[in-house]
Design a protein around this ligand. Structure first.
Ligand SMILES: NC(=O)c1ccc[n+]([C@@H]2O[C@H](COP(=O)([O-])OP(=O)(O)OC[C@H]3O[C@@H](n4cnc5c(N)ncnc54)[C@H](OP(=O)(O)O)[C@@H]3O)[C@@H](O)[C@H]2O)c1
Length: 485
């Protein structure tokens, strides 16, 4: 779109998260709006859109960066939450929302659009309460700024946490015993429809604050499982049991799905109570949007997976110390290093070797000692980590911030460097670096131990590292030659 045709500026916060990434792409593809994004690490912005958006780096906790982000903005999307960052995330969420609202008022922003959760305060989980408080804070000064507060329950789309749970359970388990909470009713919604509501809200002619509940037909989690299995052409048997402690349900989820314990228990808590639409503003004020039925949303998500078109995933945002912090891509402080150097013909294979390094993990596996990597993944899962279940977003492409099994991509220098930060449960911090030079691959595992336990851990796993890292470096180079041939 030529600059002269661009109209007002919209700000998208959370633009490196599940919804924000997709909204950014939607607005770039279908509108003439000038899109600005507020991100905590500008390297996480998809390379293909870097020249199409205005990027401001900062955080809602940094008032100076916030002021710069909202200056000259007409409409500001609030797609942020702090769950997983710290135990007092509700407090963080309150401060974040207050800072954002006040910055918007100060800059003369016309409208805030916020996406929160569906449900009522009386039966809300801790996470939902925080989402409700955020909505209340954003809408607390109607005389100074108007807020459209969309409320969605289970969001179904490729890579969404709810869809990944349903898909994994359906695909992995022919029969399941199901606790009582799977019979609570909710109204799921496809991610494409969520984006339509968000986009339409920009120009919705409505004065003052508005709360809009969005969702498709009313279903229980059990019905969602059964319908999803039908879409996948699978026959699944669910056996209800009167009691199954929520904690056990969460362990069940972490064992068979990529979701970590904290997220699994928040989802189980959320599904324990009914989350159905409390108003019909969506039908009244957004008549052009006809939400897809649940089965259609599952089919759309499956199609995106099959065609390698997953734009964002539930694990894109960084509630751990990865990718949020500037200069995080430098493991210089590490104490221990395992370095493997493999030579290849000068100049010939540099790009191929880099591509080969970028292909590790997920369904592509970790070469000869895949079994050891898998065992490490299971140990990690049992300790409450991600394990290997997150796989990778796309088989051929990596971008900064992508989850890759139990790693997170912390840096990519095309053709030269891939740096992975370990998100497995460890007594310290670890990185895996592939530095591709013109005639050699330098692969380094960096480790910064925490206390004596950390040091003990490093020495204990050293013999395993010898085999695993040696094989990894050799195979990255040799498989690049094979693909070249
Ligand atoms: N996804 C769902 O299934 C779902 C369902 C219902 C409602 N919602 C609502 O939709 C909204 C967006 O959720 P989501 O799933 O897209 O979240 P998400 O994937 O976890 O992404 C959160 C985003 O917020 C950014 N962020 C966090 N704290 C920040 C701060 N202080 N300053 C600036 N950026 C910050 C993160 O940046 P980094 O990349 O740097 O971490 C990330 O881009 C939330 O309000 C959520 O309640 C989501």
């Amino acid at each position: 779109m030529p600059d002269t045709m661009k109209t007002k500026t919209v700000l998208i916060t959370g633009a490196t998260g599940y919804i924000g990434r997709r909204l950014t792409h939607r607005l770039l593809e279908t509108s003439a709006l000038n899109v600005r994004v507020l991100v905590r690490n500008k390297n996480k912005v998809q390379v293909s859109i870097v020249d199409l958006v205005e990027i401001t780096e900062g955080s809602t906790f940094d008032k100076k960066s916030l002021a710069a982000a909202v200056a000259g903005v007409d409409t500001a999307f609030y797609l942020i939450h702090s769950m997983g960052v710290a135990d007092d995330y509700r407090n963080l969420d309150r401060v974040s929302a207050e800072n954002f609202r006040d910055a918007c008022i100060h800059a003369g922003v016309r409208r805030i659009i916020y996406l929160g959760g569906l449900g009522v305060k009386e039966s809300a989980s801790e996470h939902l309460l925080s989402r409700i408080e955020t909505g209340e804070i954003l809408s607390a000064k109607p005389g100074q700024i108007e807020t459209i507060w969309l409320r969605a329950g289970v969001i179904i789309g490729s890579g969404s946490s709810s869809f990944e749970i349903i898909r994994n359970l359906c695909q992995k388990l022919p029969a399941m015993i199901t606790p009582r909470w799977v019979r609570s009713h909710t109204q799921p919604i496809g991610v494409g429809d969520v984006l339509s509501y968000l986009q339409t809200s920009i120009d919705l002619s409505h004065k003052g604050n508005l709360v809009v509940d969005i969702g498709c037909e009313e279903l229980s989690f059990q019905q969602m499982m059964q319908q999803a299995a039908e879409v996948m052409a699978l026959k699944r048997y669910l056996f209800p049991v009167p009691v199954l402690p929520p904690r056990l349900s969460s362990y069940w989820l972490i064992l068979f799905t990529p979701i970590p314990y904290k997220l699994a228990s928040a989802l189980v808590e959320g599904l324990k109570s009914e989350t159905v639409l409390q108003n019909d503003n969506a039908a009244l004020l957004y008549p052009a949007i006809r939400p897809l039925l649940f089965k259609q949303t599952v089919a759309a998500a499956m199609a995106e997976l099959e065609h390698n078109q997953v734009l964002s995933r539930w694990c894109d945002s960084s509630n751990q110390q990865a990718c949020d912090i500037k200069d995080f891509d430098n493991p210089a402080g590490a104490v221990f290093r395992d370095v493997r150097i493999i030579s290849f013909e000068k100049g010939e294979h540099q790009e191929d070797v880099f591509q080969s390094a970028c292909a590790v993990g997920g369904p592509n596996g970790w070469f000869k000692y895949n079994l050891l990597w898998r065992i490490r993944g299971i140990i990690d899962k049992l300790m409450g980590g991600y394990g290997l279940n997150r796989g990778r977003r796309l088989n051929q492409e990596l971008r900064i911030g992508d989850a890759l099994d139990f790693w997170k991509v912390a840096d990519i220098k095309p053709g030269k460097r891939l740096l992975l930060y370990a998100q497995m449960k460890l007594p310290g911090q670890a990185w895996l670096e592939f530095d591709v030079q013109s005639d050699q691959l330098v692969q380094t595992a960096h480790f910064l131990p925490r206390g004596v336990l950390g040091r003990l851990y490093w020495y204990l796993v050293m013999p395993l590292h010898h085999f695993v890292f040696n094989d990894l470096a050799r195979t990255v180079v040799s498989s690049s030659k094979k693909s070249d041939r």
